[in-house]
Write a protein that binds this ligand. Sequence first.
Ligand code: 5GP
Ligand code: ZN
Length: 113
Amino acid sequence: MSDCLFCKIVAGDLPASLVHETGNTLAFRDISPKAPVHVLVIPKAHYANVAELGAADPALAGDVLATAAAVAEKEGVRDTFRLVFNTGAAMGQTVFHVHAHVLGGGRTGFGEV
Ligand code: 5GP
Ligand code: ZN
């Protein structure tokens, strides 16, 4: 998708602070971190949200989870992190290329009770 922010990061057309990369996933730091650890994990292929991804390619959805776990390990929060997929504008999704927020290292401001 040529007008998608995260596709541009995958293509190398926009800079990002990479944390982890696999053949079909990418993890990079959120530009506006809401927690001491705040990394976004995406599939390199474009899907609008986690529901579309899970329906179209469950194995790739699993790869996104595995990359999120690898990021948590790398960032020193292996056993204590949150994984958030905002889905739909009303739930706070602003970039419509599916991404998992890996949040850790303190309270995250993502509505935890
Ligand atoms: P959403 O609100 O869609 O769940 O999350 C989108 C996230 O992408 C936000 O936390 C926002 O800070 C982050 N973001 C927006 N634009 C950029 C960018 O150009 N680079 C990076 N690294 N993160 C971005
Ligand atoms: Zn995209």
